[in-house]
Design a protein around this ligand. Structure first.
Ligand code: TYM
Length: 334
């Protein structure tokens, strides 16, 4: 049976990349199959988080899920730390995954920077916890942005090795990464070679889900571009990363393709395209932002959704961990 799962880290403000690469796509999937979306607070603390900020950010991500259109009566929305089985299964997977596999993870190399001996041990085993998040629910599909591809390959490796080591072919399904649509890798507005990211020190590089209309308009107007008008064909975007990025954002926001955007704006300059893009972005994001603000003003509704989701998630997680304990040979009270 299909089961769809994904998560967003509770660290830093959400931006347009998270919205187009993840949030907006979750909403489209909630009617297709059971959908589990969680707030990855265990992952967040792999780098220092102020405790009060972490709590607020957990609620903010839950608010973003609901404000984007996820219905807590359909999707199971929960904080990762409220389901202790994530950490429990991650330990077993720490003993399945190999050091050599983790040594290849590019995200650890990027995040740990020059002084990897000062990174937390959690940052290193981060992808093992991610595998536990996914396999705990025996998820078959994981919608994510392009940057998570390597972590999903590791998840599949862990599932396969567990199944082989314990002689249980097919016990864990090998989940499919679902990396689709025009905006699987939204780039920085300041640098077409860098990913739009929470950790970019320049706020001008990204559109945050909390930005108001004026901020969005200003950021799009100042977005880096080249001096040429938009090309007449999609192929003409090759070698023009900034133009390509803005076209991809327009396509994703308008549920169309880059070809359709080019059919409409090809030959026009950025003086015409940027205001159209800004207007579209404001139109798409303003209702989400407003609903997030409303939800955050009184977190009771968010807290109720998270508590209910955690209970539903735990019911499934408990079954998997009981099975895993038997498979591994841990003693259980008869
Ligand atoms: P995180 O919190 O960094 O990002 C959340 C989601 O947003 C996507 N994303 C982007 N998509 C397009 N363009 C961008 N510039 C961009 N930046 C981020 C990410 O690909 C992701 O889908 N490790 C995960 C969280 C996680 C998870 C999981 C995901 C933990 N456990 C299990 C799936 C399944 C992360 O850090 O995402």
């Amino acid at each position: 049976p299909r089961r769809i799962l994904s998560g967003i880290q509770a660290s830093g403000a959400l931006h347009l990349g998270n919205y187009l690469g993840a949030l907006k796509r979750f909403v489209a999937l909630q009617d297709e199959a059971p959908l589990f979306v969680f707030v990855a607070d265990l992952h967040a603390i792999t780098v220092w988080q102020d405790p009060a900020v972490l709590t607020a950010q957990t609620r903010e991500i839950a608010a973003a899920y609901i404000a984007s259109g996820l219905d807590p009566d359909k999707a199971v929305i929960f904080p990762q730390s409220a389901v202790p089985q994530h950490a429990e299964l991650a330990w077993v997977f720490n003993c399945v995954a190999r050091l050599g596999w983790l040594d290849r993870m590019t995200q650890f190399k990027e995040k740990s920077g020059k002084h990897k001996e000062r990174a937390s041990v959690g940052l290193y085993t981060y992808p093992v916890l991610q595998a536990a998040d996914i396999l705990l629910y025996k998820a078959t599909e994981v919608p994510v942005g392009e940057d998570q591809k390597q972590h999903l390959e590791l998840t599949r490796d862990i599932a396969a090795k567990f199944n082989t080591d314990f002689g249980r072919p097919g016990y864990f399904p090998l989940p499919e990464p679902v990396i689709q649509g025009p905006a699987t890798r939204v780039m920085s507005l300041r640098d077409g070679a860098a990913k739009m990211s929470k950790s970019d020190p320049s706020d001008q590089s990204r559109i945050n889900l909390t930005d108001d209309a004026d901020a969005i308009v200003a950021k799009v107007r100042k977005a880096k571009t080249d001096p040429e008008p938009l090309p007449e064909t999609v192929e003409g975007l090759d070698g023009r990363p900034e133009a390509k990025n803005l076209v991809a954002i327009y396509a994703a926001l308008s549920d169309s393709t880059a070809a359709e955007v080019i059919a409409r704006f090809g030959g026009q300059g950025f003086g015409a395209f940027k205001p159209a893009l800004a207007e579209l972005a404001v139109e798409a994001l303003a209702p989400v932002t407003a609903e997030m603000r409303r939800l955050m003003a009184d977190p009771a509704e968010i807290d109720r959704a998270l508590a209910k989701g955690a209970e539903q998630a735990r019911a499934i997680a408990e079954v998997t961990v009981a099975e895993v304990k038997d498979i591994v040979g841990f003693w259980r009270a008869p």
